[in-house]
Structures are given as C-alpha cells and as structure tokens.
Design a protein around this ligand. Structure first.
Ligand SMILES: [Ca+2]
Ligand SMILES: [Ca+2]
Ligand SMILES: [Ca+2]
Length: 333
C-alpha cells in the first residue's frame, strides 16, 4: 500500500473465493454481476514524479475483484487542467491506464502538482483513492509551434487595438491555456465590431511549415469571456502568403485567406481546421483572393488573429493562446 493513498471508506472483503469460480463460466460473468467489490492489489502509479520530456508516459496498475467501471481523474493544482482515464477491466495496467501528460482539452498541464482521484462509480459506498503526481517536465508538443506567447512579442509582429481597448500579452495569472502566458483583449467599442488584433510573423520570415496543405492543421486556443453568445463574437484569421518569396506580403497580388470562427462556448476551446480548407467559405465555395488561390503553408508569411464582438453588447473580452500546426490530426492539449 502506498502511503500517499488514503482510504475514505474501508471495504471488507466478504466473499473471497468467488473470483476463481466465476472464471469458469461461459457467458455473463456472475462475479461481475453479484460478486463483492474489493481491491485485490493496490492501485498505484509507476512514478509519482515525472518529466514527460524524458518519460513519454506513466501508468497505473492494480487489480480489482471484478470487472467494474473505474475512473482516474487527474487535475492540475495550478492550471486546473483535467484528464480523465476510465475503464471497466478488472486488471488496471499499462494497457488501459496510461497518461502521456496531456489534458482532455485546454487548459493543458504545467509544471505542477497533479491531484489524482480514483473512484468506482458503479460500486455503492466504495473507496475513493487519492494520490499526487509531480510534473517536472511538460509533454513535448507534437507539431510546429507558432507561438504560445511565452517569449513576448516577436520583432516582426504588429498589433491593433481600438482606443478603448487593452490588448496584449499577460503572464503569470494562471489564466493561460498552455504555459504561463496568453494574449488578451478587453474593452468597450460602442461604434465598431472590431476590438483588436495581433499579426504574428516569424523573425526570419519562415515558420518552417511543410508544403502539403491537405494534412496540415492549424490550431489555436480561444476563450470568449465577455460579450458572448451566438452571433455576438468571432475570430477572423488572416493567412497571408508571400508567394513570390521576396520577403514582403503584397495584398494586391498575393493570397490573403480570411477564415472566420464564430463563438461556440465559454471556456477555452480548441479551434482546429485544415490549412487546405481555408480556401473555402462556410458554404464550401472557393473564396476570392489576389494570388494563385492555392493554400500554400510553405509560403505562409503572417497570421493575423482579429477579435470582433457585437458593438451593441458593451464590454468585450477574450483570450487567445497556443497557435500550433499539427500533421494528420488536430492538436491535443
Ligand atoms: Ca501560452
Ligand atoms: Ca511577396
Ligand atoms: Ca497561395
């Protein structure tokens, strides 16, 4: 028994020899249906301290008296990040109970204490087990990071804020989707939907993206906070391509793809779509651009993230974070 695991309720093992009997049955496992629930081998994690940069994953193991549902909830003390691992197998092992350091959704885990809670929702009055895990290294992102706003404003970035709007990077207040920092907009603009924007460009004019747009996903974390609700708030992404490679984007002759993402929910959400799809509008029609009309990620020059909200609704507030490209599938926080 790990010392860090506390039993809230003590369960007595009343029938101890049902397991062997039931395993000879064909069909429904009578032990699963009627057998007493108990923990035969303590549920432990293979390491209470993990650097996901070195160890790709950790795992839980243990043995129950019967097949029944179990839930391992992981929650970051600082970030509030959450990951749920669930199963119904009697044996809990590396095959069904691993954690790669990721969260179910944004926010992601940071370098922090993670609270572990293991419960058995189908078993009345069953124990809840507690443990902690110390994360000393975050998981390595599988993708090409554009920015997570952790290193300040880039030398070639530009931004726009209405006169009444505060817009910029904030660090260290625990509100980031990933890491320590994020970009926020906050202000009342009674005369216009436009709130503010940030144009992100690589220091060397090269994001290092592959040429193939058809399996490349653009991802960003977005959190609308005030002036929310359907049809009230949205993000416009401008993807500008330097098609002739002269180190300048010319809006008159080169592609600017504008993609809109409308409000869906409060809290951090993951915006994710294929780069190839930015050439189509919501109805699937080809959009008009001034270049060759082909999404070419290898020529991507800058990304403008433009926040807009209904001018009739008073103050508007939203956060963005973690712009990252991934291959073959959307980003997983
Ligand atoms: Ca960040
Ligand atoms: Ca150009
Ligand atoms: Ca193009």
């Amino acid at each position: 028994m790990k010392k860090t695991i506390l039993y809230l309720v003590t369960i007595l093992l009343i029938f101890s020899c049902r397991k062997e009997d039931s395993e000879t049955y064909d069909g429904p496992n009578l032990n699963d249906l009627f057998g007493e629930f108990s923990i035969i081998q303590d549920i432990t994690v293979n390491s209470n301290m993990v650097n996901f940069q070195v160890d790709s994953k950790i795992y839980f193991s243990g043995e129950l008296s019967k097949n029944t549902s179990w839930v391992i909830n992981l929650r970051g003390q600082t970030t509030g990040a959450n990951r749920k691992i669930a199963g119904t197998d009697r044996i809990i092992s590396i095959d069904n109970a691993t954690w790669d350091g990721g969260a179910n959704t944004f926010p992601g885990f940071g370098l922090e204490t993670v609270f572990v809670e293991i419960s058995f929702p189908s078993e009345d009055n069953s124990v809840i087990l507690y443990d902690t895990i110390q994360v000393t290294g975050s998981k390595i992102d599988d993708g090409i990071l554009i920015t997570s706003f952790e290193n300040g404003v880039g030398t070639k970035w530009s931004n726009f804020n209405q006169t009444t709007v505060a817009g910029g990077i904030t660090c260290g207040d625990g509100n980031a989707a990933k890491g320590n920092c994020y970009y926020g907009f906050n202000g009342t603009v009674g005369w216009d939907w436009a709130i503010g924007s940030v144009m992100i460009q690589d220091d060397n004019n090269d994001f290092g993206l592959p040429a193939n747009a058809s399996n490349l996903y653009f991802n960003m974390a977005f959190k609308p906070i005030e002036n929310i609700g359907a049809q009230n708030t949205f993000i416009q992404f401008w993807f500008d391509e330097d098609e002739n490679g002269d180190g300048v984007f010319d809006p008159a002759t080169e592609d600017r793809f504008i993609y809109e993402y409308w409000y869906q929910d409060t809290g951090w959400s993951l915006i994710s779509y294929k780069y190839a799809d930015i050439q189509f509008d919501v109805d699937g029609n080809q959009v008009a651009t001034n270049g060759n009309g082909l999404p070419e990620p290898g020529k991507l020059f800058s990304i403008n993230v433009f926040y807009l909200a209904n001018k009739a609704n008073g103050n508007a507030k939203a956060y963005i974070d973690h712009l990252i490209f991934t291959t073959n599938k959307p980003y997983t926080p």
